[in-house]
Design a protein around this ligand. Sequence first.
Ligand SMILES: *Cc1c(COP(=O)(O)O)cnc(C)c1O
Length: 522
Amino acid sequence: MLSLRRSVLRRFMGGSASPLNATLEEKRAMVGEALQFLTELERAPAPLAGSGHVWIGDGDAGTRERQRNRDAVASLDLGLSEAPYVPPTGSSSFHHLLKTTLDPAARLSMNDTHGGYMAFVPTGGLYHSAIADFLASNLNRYVTITEAAPALAQIEQETVAWLCREICGWDAEGGAGGIMTSGGSMANMIAVHAARRAAMGNKDLPNATLYVSEQSHYCVAQAARFVGLQPKHVKHLPSLADRTVDVEALRRELRADVEAGLTPIAVCATAGTTNTGAVDDIAGCADACAEFGDVWLHVDAAYGGAFALTGRGKALMRGMERADSVVVDPHKGLFVPYGLGALLVKDRAKLLRANHEDGACMHPPAFFEGPGAEPVVDLMNLSPELTRDFRALKLWLPLKLLGGGAFRAALEEKLDLTAEAAARVAAAGVSGLRVVDEPQLSVFTFKLEKEGLEGEELDKLQLRLLGAIHERGRVLLSPFRSVKGVPGELCLRVCVLSCKTERRHVEDAVEDIIGAAASLNT
Ligand SMILES: *Cc1c(COP(=O)(O)O)cnc(C)c1O
């Protein structure tokens, strides 16, 4: 009955008879209901750790949660079938579906959009970006070929140009460029691929080496293996007490490898490690790269790069302009919802050369059409992706609407709040509570020590402390092992980066850390 009415109405309205193509009225209703759903979720938010104790690892709470999660997931109607979804009479199918599946599913997750979320690397998620995603999906234009959507493709180029200028100090006129990716891991992979092609073209790689620090994100070593480097040729360098890479060790390793006939294809520095926010001596790495035959310098600034918008961050990242490639994650420090990374390169021609395939089904970029040709750059020739979303809009729109200054101010605030919080924890006077890693950017780590407690017992105390902090329900933190694989080295970690995190949330975190530590001491 209902579907018959709908198809008659569709035809009457001049719409399509297929349910696949929504009528204007259906569209309006869906947008309204989606907004209503989100508003209700925001008004009565899920507990901060709707789910997450298992993953974060705090002991007994985790075991209870695993069972609770299994039961809750099993109780939801998530399976798919041939027939359309039928709600009980009287309610719209979309509204009912949101209410009975998406709402409980969302509540059963770590609440990454809560201001108290200071675990892992938060982002918060700008509403402006979510609207941009909605617009981009509805426009559904083909931005990977410039002539198919020249102005929209230019929006992608402008976004990349802004990142190049503000974060790396590179000028698009001077040949800089890059590509927006799905995230930092993918951007690192394309960077390592470009470095490999620049160093050795299509030659085999039995002798190629790449250098990371023991504090680097695992995805860089993974990228090296992905492009075909031998695992033993991915060299993990030691880090110093402040967890930045030991540049002298890098020099020694480069010297030994070159003397042994190996071919260094890239050195990867990190500007803001995921664990502690440590910023490597990028200028020092650049010097070392120059000394050994101009090795490609890659900087993984997925977490830290956005802080180059601030004076303090810029000073720490001195030398970034000397890199060949830099990765930043707007879905971290620029507060965009998940799904946006960026690879920036000083010389876009190198990225084009690395990715351009003669056999591409589309016309080759004019860039290669000989002297005098106007260099039109199609996004499809800058990365292995062809058809993809118009993803830059979710950074471009908020930047255009709010201005870069709003982002700069927010990042300055994150640095201030982190420094204050670390200082207050350090000065709390709770016996055994100490800050392990002072903040370089917006991360600090701490732990609780007890006389006579070491190794695994000491680690367990940290997990108990984490559980006691989480039990207060106001903030969510994460643990990390400050020296890989060594019992007794577990620390807890605070990362202030969400656009939703305000002073009051950070004050809650400080109070809860101090309070929970004191309670474990008695
Ligand atoms: C998060 C992170 C990555 C990985 O980025 P994704 O966007 O999660 O793929 C790489 N490097 C560093 C330093 C990071 O913090």
